[in-house]
Design a protein around this ligand. Structure first.
Ligand code: SAM
Length: 219
């Protein structure tokens, strides 16, 4: 059983206030972040940092994203209850939980087998049940397409065409795009086949690997 005590709930409420101060306006997103116990995704050594607005290592050279980044991406995604959402980069599973708190039906794909195995076992213990997939999400997940929303939580060199193809009509894709170290947050909206692109702030994500991402950790 995962403990979520008074102190942790207090720290979470404080984090939500901070995100609001930083400009997150969508109350449903703030409420969802206020519900997911972020500390359970942390090792004991880092537990005291769980409610800081920072990214932290989760093993395998990967990170749990900064809460502000999670909130920013989720706000841009405009999730409605019942939306079918594809998340690319399951990682710890934290973002998937936030999406499910918003009422989304979540399909999440992870490239790293150890993280996939770990999160697939852990999330149901918390009571969250997305559909888990292991593989190269840079190509999306065509077998379950189309999606109302697609969220990429790793930095891509370009917007993969396959992801635009897998969007439903009125679908929204949020993806950080740019170099290996710094990316601009991009939102793509597809309405009646017309694709609209908007650009937002700069972020620093770990690289999206795979066929339509970066080819390896070294280039
Ligand atoms: N959403 C995660 C969370 O809530 O903890 C954080 C994701 S972490 C910043 C990025 C993740 O993307 C890593 O777990 C990494 O292994 C994964 N990744 C990188 N390239 C991928 C690909 N082509 N397909 C699926 N996952 C990928």
């Amino acid at each position: 059983m995962v403990e979520d005590n008074y102190r942790q709930r207090g720290l979470r409420a404080k984090l939500v206030r901070k995100l609001r101060q930083k400009g997150i306006r969508d109350e449903a997103v703030l409420e969802a972040i206020g519900k997911v116990p972020r500390h359970v995704f942390f090792d004991n050594a880092l537990l005291s940092h769980a409610y800081e607005d920072k990214a932290f290592p989760i093993g395998e050279g990967q990170t749990i994203s900064q809460p502000y980044t999670v909130a920013f991406q989720t706000e841009l995604l405009q999730v409605k209850p019942g939306d079918k959402v594809l998340e690319i980069g399951t990682g710890s599973g934290y973002q998937a939980c936030v999406l499910m708190e918003l009422g989304a039906k979540v399909y999440t794909i992870e490239y790293n087998k150890k993280l996939y195995d770990r999160t697939k076992e852990f999330l149901p213990e918390l009571g969250y049940h997305p559909f888990f997939f292991h593989g190269d999400g840079s190509k999306g997940l065509p077998i379950r397409a189309p999606y109302d929303k697609i969220l990429v939580t790793a930095g891509a060199p370009v917007v993969p065409d396959s992801l635009i193809h897998q969007l439903a009509n009125h679908g929204v894709l949020v993806i950080p795009v740019g170099g290996r170290d710094k990316q601009v947050m991009v939102r793509i909206t597809k309405v009646n086949g017309v694709v609209r692109k908007e650009e937002f702030d700069t972020f620093a994500f770990v690289p999206l690997l795979g066929k339509e991402g970066w080819t390896s950790d070294t280039n």
